[in-house]
Ligand binder design. Structure first.
Ligand SMILES: *[C@@H]1O[C@H](CO)[C@@H](O)[C@H](O)[C@H]1NC(C)=O
Length: 185
């Protein structure tokens, strides 16, 4: 009788050890989402653009294509497109107020061109490996890379509550490898 009781106690002790170790494992698993590849990519992207978000969800959204979820970068991308127009206009007209409307329009069209400029800027940041898309969608599609690139500026401006930061970030990431634009200006 005593031995049976002892065995039972031992069994309970062993079960206790197992369940506490599986709790530890469960706790480790719960930590994982914070270091997912996407989260790591967002951290890398912040250092690449030289801007740390107060609300990282804005960058998360900027890096989410409409094929992935209803919460996506469409509106931020439109905002970003207009911020790029603003950046270029300010830059050109403060350098030369006599800049012709034709020259300004041409420059905006050049930098906004999806194939020849916008997607290249996005590729330089490696956005094709960051942007979340549905399994059937190719994230390296130039329209998707370009949309993500533009959305970054919309996200920065929204986060900062001012367009100045976004314009600064634009010149940092566009100026970095844009031989063509630099020669135009
Ligand atoms: C962003 O945060 C990192 C890590 O805290 C820091 O090293 C870096 O200087 C910050 N960058 C800016 C632009 O504030």
């Amino acid at each position: 009788m005593v031995t049976t009781h002892l065995r039972f106690t031992l069994l309970l002790a062993v079960i206790g050890i197992f369940s506490s170790s599986s709790q530890v494992r469960a706790a480790n698993v719960r930590i994982k989402p914070f270091s997912s590849p996407f989260t790591t990519n967002l951290a890398t992207l912040q250092s690449q653009i030289g801007y740390n978000f107060t609300n990282i969800n804005l960058l998360r959204r900027a890096m989410t294509h409409a094929s992935f979820s209803r919460e996506n970068n469409k509106a931020l991308s439109i905002f970003g497109f207009h911020l790029i127009e603003t950046s270029l206009s300010l830059h050109l007209l403060s350098k030369d107020i006599d800049t012709s409307s034709k020259a300004l329009t041409r420059l905006i069209a050049e930098v906004s061109n999806v194939e020849s400029s916008c997607a290249l800027d996005g590729n330089r940041l490696g956005l094709e490996r960051v942007i979340r898309v549905s399994p059937k969608t190719d994230a390296s599609n130039s329209g998707i890379v370009c949309g993500g690139f533009r959305a970054i500026f919309g996200a920065v401006a929204t986060d900062a509550g001012t367009v100045d930061e976004a314009i600064k970030v634009f010149w940092k990431v566009h100026g970095a490898g844009a031989g063509r634009l630099v020669s135009v200006l």
